[in-house]
Ligand binder design. Structure first.
Ligand code: ATP
Ligand code: MG
Length: 169
């Protein structure tokens, strides 16, 4: 069985990691789509698709998990064709895992089995909370896999995020 998991991963955190580890132990292969791949250098979307790719890939490899493929997916801003767009980019999958109600609806309408994984510590394991902590110099490292800390330090992601709050006035 091949499974699909979709997120923006801004950044990849321990909630995503727990779910993907679980799926990878049950499915033969996990296809991980990096959504809104074209977005970066924005307060809500600071990291490029390539940077997010490194975060996911290094975190999973570090745990010896190798049965995954990562596919960046650009937005099409057209919900009715979005599933076909994703299908055109990924290997065939049987099951879609998501907590996003719109993604659930769109894949169900195309006949897919959709499963809703458990949420882990959602108040802290959240992209929004992690970006907030980065901007306020609070501890965010404890909310992401170690490999993600390394990637964000390597690309100097903290100062990128801080500079994104500046104005030209
Ligand atoms: P943001 O706050 O930027 O929206 P996010 O934490 O919701 O970030 P996404 O990349 O938007 O992360 O989510 C991808 C998928 O991961 C979604 O289906 C989301 O519901 C799920 N998810 C997010 N946080 C958790 C968590 N703590 N445990 C399990 N699944 C999670
Ligand atoms: Mg989200």
């Amino acid at each position: 069985m091949r499974a699909l998991y979709i997120g923006r991963f801004q950044p990849y955190h321990l909630g995503h990691h727990a779910v993907i580890k679980q799926i990878a132990s049950e499915a033969e292969e996990v296809i991980i789509c990096i959504g809104s791949a074209q977005r970066s250098h924005e307060l809500d979307n600071p990291f490029t698709a390539g940077e997010r790719y490194m975060m996911i890939s290094k975190s999973l490899r570090e745990e010896g998990i190798l049965n995954f493929y990562i596919v960046p997916v650009l937005d099409v801003n057209w919900n009715a064709v979005w599933v076909s767009h994703v299908e055109s980019l990924i290997p065939p999958v049987e099951i879609v895992y998501t907590n996003n109600p719109l993604i659930e609806r769109l894949f169900k309408e195309r006949g897919y089995e959709v499963r809703t994984p458990m949420l882990f510590n959602r108040s802290e394991y959240s992209g929004n909370e992690i970006r907030r902590r980065m901007l306020n110099n609070e501890d965010w490292e404890c909310l992401v896999p170690r490999a993600v800390v390394t990637v964000i330090k390597e690309i100097d992601g903290m100062s990128r995020l801080r500079e994104l709050t500046r104005r030209d006035e």
